[in-house]
Design a protein around this ligand. Structure first.
Ligand code: HEC
Length: 248
């Protein structure tokens, strides 16, 4: 009887030891054998999970990929080649809003300047040059943005006769043709921070989209803007601020 008890204890101890040791694996980074993996890790791809594992299988290419799909608020996306124009555009806009814009244009949480940065923006150039290769696509995108965000005030033809103005609800929208003297940088600044009765659009459009809109506004001021002859030379002889170039 006593021997059976001792034997039984040995067997139980051995079973437990084997069971515990059974979960050991040689990989020091592994958590060992998991009996119910779904309880440790969700089978779906989750943000901030970068072990590259989906449903128990390892995918090395996901291991270093950005799995953080929802970055923290106010973080600046910054990816791509270090010198690319697009990467530069992801950094904050260098021109600050005038302090008066805080109240008048609802620009809270911005850095403000005491200087007239609208005047300084005169020298800013559109980084997206218009060429015979890209102008069609640029205007197509411009039209899409313009129709969604500007047309109701500025009108389909850019004459300041949008439905908001025609209904009598809104006044003071200029025809773009009256403002041909504006530089690209100023148009950008006005779209970004707003001007007079026009609100700020920086939370609605990216900087690339604003530069696209700058091109779109230009063709209301000069019908030949962004048009090219069959040799690829720009049709417009009037020099506008945006550089129109020929590319082979
Ligand atoms: C709510 C109506 C409204 C909307 C929407 C609107 N604008 Fe304006 N916009 C105005 C008014 C009013 C002015 C005249 C501002 C002034 O000079 O006092 C103006 C002025 C401008 C100017 C001249 C700026 C300058 O520096 O003189 C440009 C360029 C312009 N808008 C482009 C746009 C574009 C592009 C959009 C769409 C992203 C847009 N606007 C959306 C009402 C609007």
């Amino acid at each position: 009887m006593r021997r059976t008890l001792i034997f039984g204890t040995y067997i139980t101890a051995l079973t437990i030891t084997l069971f515990v040791l059974g979960s050991c694996v040689s990989d020091p980074d592994s958590s060992g054998l998991e009996y119910m993996p779904d309880m440790y890790r969700a089978p779906s791809i989750e943000v901030y999970v970068d072990n590259g594992e989906i449903r128990g299988k390892r995918f090395p290419k996901y291991k270093t990929a950005l799995s953080a799909l929802t970055p923290p608020n106010n973080s600046i996306p910054y990816y791509g080649k270090g010198d690319s124009m697009l990467v530069k555009l992801m950094l904050p806009y260098a021109r600050k809003a005038n302090i008066l814009f805080r109240e008048s244009h609802g620009l809270y949480g911005f850095n403000f300047s005491m200087f007239d940065e609208y005047a300084l923006a005169i020298n800013d150039k559109n980084p997206f040059l218009l060429t015979n290769k890209n102008s069609e696509e640029m205007f197509l995108k411009g039209k899409e943005l313009y129709t969604a965000m500007c047309q109701h005030c500025h009108g389909e033809k850019g004459d300041g006769m949008g439905p908001m103005v025609m209904s009598g609800a809104y006044l003071g929208v200029p025809a773009y043709a009256e403002r041909s003297a504006l530089s690209d940088g100023q148009i950008f600044y006005s779209i970004y921070y707003g001007k007079g009765m026009m609100g700020a659009h920086n939370s609605l459009v990216t900087k690339k989209e604003i530069w696209t809109l700058v091109h779109y506004v230009r063709q209301f001021q000069n019908p030949d803007y962004g048009k090219f002859d069959k040799n690829g030379n720009p049709k417009s002889l009037v020099k506008m601020d945006s550089t129109v170039t020929k590319t082979k």
